[in-house]
Structure formats: structure tokens, C-alpha cells
Design a protein around this ligand. Structure first.
Ligand code: GTP
Ligand code: MG
Length: 202
């Protein structure tokens, strides 16, 4: 499941502008709240610093960005949702084009729904999980910033994870898979790459 090559393919402003691949190579889309660490996770997976652009300020990624991995599958970086201070246009865009992407992308194998482990469970993330479920889009929960959980040695941040996992197990008869990651330490990178390679093989 090693990443040997990564190529930036294209930024798209609309779902219908996304690359049309005659080989129909499979793709995985990274979604989650603004600032959750989507672009950082992609960089971590491919072991490059700035293949995907990141920022301390939420709202950095504004387009649908396709990256081709090992010439055989794609990782897709998306704009975040739930950024309260985004200009109105950016907020409407999320529902218009990111939802459009999910509803129309035949080559999508699975979504990676990123959850910030350094904050308590957020309703908007649960809403997003429910929206994916209602639309039959398979996804994996990927907890980000788990290095922060470690750094605070215990209680509070671990509680965030525990609470979220309790919510998941109460909500689903068969909960989606979940993986803990950190883009700072590389935690979960190999697990996530292996998980995606298993999903591609059906
Ligand atoms: P948008 O593009 O705005 O939706 O944000 P994003 O989800 O792509 O987040 P991005 O990767 O730009 O990261 C946001 C901030 O979180 C940056 O300051 C990152 O350095 C930080 N960050 C991301 N991942 C981690 C992580 O695993 N651990 C820590 N400690 N910080 C992280
Ligand atoms: Mg981003």
C-alpha cells in the first residue's frame, strides 16, 4: 500500500468539471469541517509537505482537487464545511458543488470523513455522516490531530474521542470503520493506506 508517486491532476470548481478518466481509476474523497486537517492528511499520506495547500486559517481549500497516486487511484481534497466566517458564496458552494460531487461521482469508492479529535463531538459532523448514510455513500471515520490527544496526556481530549465513539456505536447497528491519525507524527498513515487498498480491491 506504499505511495510511490503523486501527481496533482486538476482543481475543479464544479462537480461536472472533475477529471473524466477513461480508465475509471477509483477515488477516495477527504471531507470534514474546515481546518480539520484534510489537506494535511493528504500530504501526510503521500509524504510530501505541500502537495495539498494547508493553512492555520480555515477556508483554505476552495476547489475540488484531484491527486493521482501511483498512477492507479485518486485522493480528492475538498473544501471544508461548517466554517462560520466563510463568505456566503463559499457556504452555498459547499452544498452546491461538494454535494454534487458526492451524488454524481461514479468512481468514488469511499469517503474519508475527518473528525477533529481535539474538540468535543460536533453536531455538524454527525449531520454530515447522516447525509452520507442517507445517500448510500460509504465512508470511514478518520480522527485527526491525535498527537494532541497524546500531548495532553489523558483526560480531556481522550474524552472527545470516547464521546464520539459512544455516539457512533449508539447510532449505528454496524458502525463505519474508524482510524486514528496524526499528520504530525504519521500515526495511522499505514493503516489508512492499507484500508484504502482493501476497499479498492472489491
Ligand atoms: P480547509 O482547507 O480550510 O477546509 O482546512 P483543512 O481541513 O484542509 O485543514 P489543513 O490541512 O489546512 O490544516 C489546518 C490546520 O490544522 C493547520 O494549521 C495544520 O497544521 C493543523 N493540523 C492538521 N493536521 C494536524 C495534525 O494531525 N496535528 C496537529 N497538531 N495539527 C494538525
Ligand atoms: Mg484544505
Amino acid at each position: 500500500a506504499k505511495v510511490k508517486s503523486v501527481e496533482f491532476v486538476k482543481s475543479s470548481a464544479k462537480a461536472k468539471d472533475c477529471p473524466r478518466d477513461p480508465l475509471r481509476r477509483p477515488e477516495f474523497a477527504v471531507l470534514g469541517r474546515s481546518n480539520v486537517g484534510k489537506s494535511s492528511l493528504i500530504n501526510s499520506l503521500v509524504r510530501k509537505k505541500d502537495v495539498a495547500l494547508t493553512s492555520k486559517k480555515p477556508g483554505k481549500t476552495q476547489l475540488i482537487n484531484h491527486f493521482l497516486i501511483n498512477k492507479s487511484w485518486y485522493l480528492v481534497d475538498l473544501p471544508g464545511y461548517g466554517f462560520a466566517h466563510a463568505p456566503r458564496s463559499a457556504k452555498t458552494d459547499w452544498s452546491a458543488f461538494t454535494k454534487g460531487y458526492f451524488l454524481n461521482r461514479d468512481s468514488l469508492v469511499s469517503a474519508l470523513l475527518l473528525i477533529d479529535s481535539s474538540v468535543p463531538p460536533q453536531q455538524i459532523d454527525l449531520d454530515c455522516a447522516n447525509w452520507l448514510g442517507r445517500n448510500n455513500i460509504g465512508f470511514t471515520f478518520v480522527f485527526t490531530k491525535c498527537d494532541k490527544v497524546r500531548a495532553t496526556k489523558g483526560r480531556r481530549s481522550d474524552d472527545n474521542l470516547k464521546k464520539f465513539q459512544d455516539l457512533i456505536s449508539n447510532h449505528y447497528q454496524e458502525p463505519p470503520p474508524w482510524i486514528m491519525t496524526s499528520s504530525v507524527t504519521g500515526l495511522g498513515r499505514d493503516d489508512l493506506l492499507l484500508h484504502m487498498s482493501q476497499l479498492r480491491n472489491y
